[in-house]
Design a protein around this ligand. Structure first.
Ligand code: ADP
Ligand code: ZN
Ligand code: ZN
Length: 767
């Protein structure tokens, strides 16, 4: 008899351990690790996942009392190493084991089972999978002579993507809305060829050439060094990490491609994660052109059927290079030699719902578990990764940083000007646009070029700010900006929970606590207002396109606005930070940041880092074509290291200051930080539960050095959908087992009706 350790998936219960079931001989072959099975639990049918199989029952389990696995519902989706990673995740991120395991299942598989009648076998409910589009398309030689009409921007986008090599039509459609009809139109003109087959390769009869993309003649010295470090990490086989620290356009992608080639040559595969937003047709095309149909693309915009198909190609060993967003990390690739995370500093690698994992940290665990290398790439690496490289190791793996400071083509960096808005104000400027920005905008219009204006509105909170000196009242205990609550006329600190009636600070309608100015006001500008003022500033005949949450709500609206901007002769694109990424228009010669510092003042220790990252990214958008680019950053805080670093193209100015500040205040990367949020409809029981949890955690952490419990306090978003939200933050030493401690504290609180608790380990969202 064999025995299976099964993680039960019962929606109403969060179970943390596994349960032992016997495997009947006739199911022995199917009920392997990774399989979904049907078992009985508390006299009910339940779905579970097999995490381990052994010949003897685990210690302490009475073999005669063990129930049997009744049915196998789905074939193995993951292996032992994946099961170990899932088990680790459940503990590390304080989530039910089944929730961690679900990440590894086939796309579309549901927990629910159904059956036709009492005697029929149970079946898993699966997302309805549409037909899979098996069409591949590639440019024909006629493409060289074809110029699409100016308005046919989709055709242009498709051709641009196919220049890299053949692609699946479904993948093009996932990133270029309307790509399928553009392909049909292009096929009619003989510009592209289309062929239906699941695999592109596979021998005779293929009309599509899977021509390799041009590869550089020789690598730069930075690239060669990065590649050597990656080779070493891969051969060491213990999850060593290489951080490729290279400016935009320094050739990081080229390094990934070369490293993957070497991994494939050894018979191993590669997982490549890119932020959802950079999962464009061009990115996919670049990997496809090098590795053909050895590439699987996991994309949330593919249909359920498409996603399953690609996932299945990986499981069947037909595709050994997986390119996708965060969740591609869990693809069933049996033997990756490499895990690559591009733009590793991106906040989107942290999942904001349970399991609240960080892909970088899970990847590090996975790399150690599978004996492969982890490659992180960024132009603005996170302080966490930089610190781990500085100390040389983290969680038993070596961390190495390789710098790639130059662009192979030697393209120039744009000129960055920081404008002090307080000075503008004192000089009489009352407009949203400073004199230098207004002048630059007029220049763009005169030269019939294009400009992008960015308005920073992430996690927007209400502050009182002095327009003359830029001062924002801060909590004297936490040095976080106090948020202003109009209803109660109070200032609140969302770190420690203290509040002050506004009278205790100088009256906002009268004077600034710093300079005594009377111009103290709630802070915030909307895109609409920028658009209006812009219309007044610029002559007619300039197209103004606004891109924000409002104008992009409709499906495909985002793409349509970009197309309009692309097709315009002379235009200004006004938008929130959503425009900072992926925007790549050669005609853009001016990028203006209307308010660079709203984020700096958020009660979040990463506020400065995010501001810096965003500004660097925005700056990289200007002057990508032949013409020189200019960046103008408006701020009330021109002396802030982030501003100085961006304007002088010297990251060290920012990093040194930021590092010192975090070390001093014991914030990550010099500690671990968890955010525990308690919410519910009844404010009093929320408050009581949060208080009790705080004292439990205080008692558990004791007086151990490096532990600190902050709060409880109201969340910045104190009320969401009629629910009251309170939170506490827990700081712990870098090597602390934070998840285990908080998991047991939350467990001891027990389940309470109407009370929800989210434990966010290594939190990114502190609001
Ligand atoms: P990143 O990923 O760092 O932004 P890419 O890998 O996309 O950089 O490279 C930027 C550009 O430089 C691409 O057009 C690429 O083809 C080119 N490139 C990369 N490496 C080299 C090289 N060694 N020699 C010449 N051109 C290169
Ligand atoms: Zn002031
Ligand atoms: Zn405080």
């Amino acid at each position: 008899m064999r025995y299976a350790s099964v993680a039960l998936d019962i929606p109403s219960r969060s179970l943390s351990g596994t349960f032992t079931y016997a495997v009947p001989t006739e199911l022995a072959a199917e009920a392997a690790v990774g399989a979904t099975v049907l078992v009985t639990f508390s006299r009910r049918a339940a779905v579970g996942y097999v995490l381990a199989v052994s010949d003897t029952p685990p210690d302490g389990v009475d073999a005669s009392r063990v129930r049997a696995v009744e049915q196998v519902l789905a074939p193995p989706a993951f292996d032992e190493a994946a099961a170990r990673v899932a088990t680790w995740m459940a503990r590390e991120y304080v989530c039910p084991l089944s929730e961690a395991v679900r990440l590894f299942l086939a796309p579309g598989q549901k927990v629910r089972v159904t059956r036709a009648d009492e005697s029929a076998p149970w079946e898993l409910v699966c997302e309805r999978a549409g037909a899979v589009d098996v069409r591949w398309t590639a440019l024909t030689p006629a493409a060289n002579d074809y110029a699409p009409p100016r308005t046919a921007s989709r055709q242009r986008a498709v051709i641009e993507a196919l220049r890299q090599g053949p692609q699946r039509v479904s993948e093009l459609s996932a990133t270029i809305p309307g790509a399928a009809s553009a392909v049909t139109a292009l096929e009619r003109r003989g510009v592209v060829a289309v062929e239906s087959r699941r695999f592109l390769r596979g021998g005779e009869g293929t009309t599509l050439s899977s021509a390799a993309a041009p590869r550089p003649e020789r690598l730069t010295s930075g690239q060669a060094a990065a590649l050597a470090a990656i080779d070493e990490a891969r051969t060491a086989g213990r999850g060593d990490v290489v951080l490729v620290d290279g400016v935009t356009g320094s050739g990081k992608t080229e390094v990934y491609l070369a490293a993957i080639e070497r991994s494939l040559a050894e018979g191993r595969g590669a997982l490549v994660l890119v932020p959802e937003i950079s999962l464009t047709a061009q990115t996919v095309g670049r990997f496809r052109s090098r590795f053909g149909d050895d590439v699987a693309v996991l994309h949330s915009r593919l249909s359920a059927g498409e996603r399953f198909d690609q996932w299945d190609l990986v499981r069947a060993g037909r595709a050994r290079v997986v390119v996708g967003a965060r969740s591609a990390l869990f693809a069933p690739l049996p033997d990756p030699g490499l895990i690559i995370i591009d733009e590793e500093h991106e906040g989107s690698y942290k999942q904001d719902k349970s399991p609240r994992y960080h892909a970088r940290d899970v990847a590090a665990r996975m790399a150690a578990e599978r004996g492969c290398a982890l490659v992180l790439g960024s132009a603005t690496p996170s302080l966490e990764s930089l610190e781990r490289c500085r100390s040389g190791s983290w969680r038993g793996a070596r961390w190495t940083r390789v710098e790639m400071p130059e662009r192979p083509a030697g393209a120039a960096l744009p000129r960055v000007t920081v404008v002090d808005m307080a000075e503008q104000f004192r000089g009489g400027g009352r407009s949203i646009f400073s004199a230098p920005l207004a002048e630059a905008l007029r220049g763009v219009v005169e030269r019939r070029e294009k400009a992008v204006l960015m308005l920073n509105r992430r996690g927007f909170a209400n502050f009182l700010m002095c327009r003359e000196c830029g001062c924002v009242p801060e909590c004297p205990h936490c040095s976080t900006a106090l948020t202003y609550h109009e209803r109660t006329h109070a200032l609140a600190c969302h770190t420690c929970g203290r509040t002050w009636p506004v009278r205790a600070f100088p009256d906002p309608s009268t004077r600034c606590p710093n300079c005594g100015s009377r111009y103290l006001a709630a802070f915030g500008v909307g895109t609409q207002r920028v658009e209006d003022e812009l219309a007044m500033l610029l002559p007619e005949g300039v197209e103004i396109i606004r891109m924000d949450a409002d104008t992009t709500r409709a499906k495909g609206a985002h793409q349509r606005l970009l197309e309009r901007f692309d097709a315009a002769e002379c235009a200004v694109l006004v938008g929130t930070q959503m425009i900072a990424k992926g925007l790549d228009f050669p005609e853009v010669t001016l990028v203006g940041v209307v308010n660079a510092d709203t984020m700096l003042k958020l009660p979040d220790f990463r506020a400065a880092e995010r501001t810096y990252d965003l500004l660097e990214q925005v700056a990289g958008r200007a002057g990508r074509g032949g013409r020189p680019g200019e960046v103008i950053v408006q701020t009330y805080w021109a002396t802030h290291p982030a501003m100085r670093a961006v304007s002088s193209h010297d990251r060290a100015i920012f990093l040194d200051a930021e590092r010192a500040e975090r070390a001093e205040a014991l914030y990550p990367p010099f500690s671990r930080l968890a955010n525990v949020v308690v919410w519910g409809r009844d404010a009093r029981s929320v408050r009581a539960a949060c208080d009790e949890l705080a004292s439990t955690v205080r008692a558990a952490a004791g007086v151990a050095p490096g532990w600190e419990v902050l709060g409880p306090a109201d969340c910045v978003k104190a009320r969401v959908k009629d629910q009251t939200r309170r939170h506490l933050m827990v700081k712990a030493p870098v090597d602390a087992d934070l998840g285990a401690l908080l998991g047991s504290c939350v467990g001891s609180l027990g389940r309470r009706p109407g009370i929800n608790i989210a434990v966010d380990i290594d939190a990114y969202d502190l609001m």
